[in-house]
Design a protein around this ligand. Sequence first.
Ligand code: SF4
Length: 484
Amino acid sequence: MPPAHPFDDDKLKEECGVFGVIGVADAANFVALGLHALQHRGQEAGGIVSHDPDEGFNSARRFGYVRDNFTSQSLMKTLPGPLAIGHVRYSTAGSKGAAIRDVQPFFGEFSMGGAAIAHNGNITNADALRRELIERGSIFQSSSDSECIIHLMARSLQRNIPERMEDALRRVEGAFSVVAMTRTKLIGVRDPLGVRPLVLGKIGDGWALSSETCALDIIGAEYVREIEPGEMVVISEKHGIESVRPFRTQPSKFCVFEHVYFSRPDSIIGGRSVYETRRQIGVELARESPVEADLVCAVPDSGTPAAIGFSQESGIPFAMGIIRNQYMGRTFIEPTEQIRNMGVRLKLNVNRALIKGKRVILVDDSVVRGTTSRKIKEMILDAGAAEVHFRIASPPTAWPCFYGVDTPQREKLLAATMTEEEMRQHLNVDSLKFISLDGLYRAVGEAEGRNAKCPQYCDACFSGEYPVEPADMIQKGFQLKAAE
Ligand code: SF4
């Protein structure tokens, strides 16, 4: 499958979104809407499993966008019942775009009944678990790390499915926000560090679990609270919500990049509006790295709130110097280098009348490989800009993520091999500044900045300090940052 848009090779990509509903008629329709609102978390494929007391479990898994599959009445009719879960995926673990069998939710039939699971995150000891499980007789259907959870559940000696899931997840390392279902229960679990998000909502007499609050809004559900790090909620029509804590308590390490880029700006994380956090990042950037200029422009859309914040703090006018073509959709052309150059122009265009002769501050969310930044800079200069100053709303991305985000290998990350000044020269811009880690922490609400002894978030892709050792990757030769 071709990249979803021309920047796909130059952005970090969240790999999954999960959603589940219990206690409403035709729950699968709500799940389809929820997944549509979570489409930014994964565009490769999606799936829904539902359960109906008369019809049992049913499932549908498809490649492509939710709107292109799960809007068909004939398909949705095959997913009846008051309980359903769903998943959209990009894919980091498992082969990319390879087979429908890699598309979640996964389903397992146990002696006490069936269960389906949808997983957001990445299991960092999946290779070792898979080897062990295969040696003990498990037969894997997919290449996904998430399937380990089903096999571990099958081997558990516990008598009910939630307890088997607890057993299974205690063996799993890394990041997981899981939404699961049995015939009568909707289950939500977050890993002990709470790396990936998961929230609870109320809809009528029923309940919803979602990766983000924006997906609760679309179905008219009321946001109740976050599932806490290390918490498992088991929701049934008979018993309501039961909460257990199967894991050893640890300081939480929520992914700080969710604030910067992955989550939608209309979502709420940790009681804070994502939009407001991003605007505040722009404020911090303007304080840390001011520059004389005529205009502040965003690289749309993800750079926009930070550009607004930069403009407000600096007093330099915000202007739409780059316009995004809303109807670009999926790129359909073979990704040769020449076509890739065109691809950026298909997606973005410079507002020439505005830019000509101006000193422009360009605010972007991140620099990964730097290929897109270079092209955008060229477009701005072609349009007659007098100066181009990049301001980046995240610290330099110098390390890969192993917790459910697709990142290039370390050597492909511009910041892994270059200093800030070398990156500036490479991009050939008048100035280039990234927000500091402390500035980012202040923007997400930590007034004192980053606690170096025990960071309040996962920031491994910036700091190289991995809160969970990526065991499989170390086995494959990945070298952790040397102790200072
Ligand atoms: S490494 Fe970066 S992207 Fe991955 S979970 Fe940590 S902060 Fe998020």
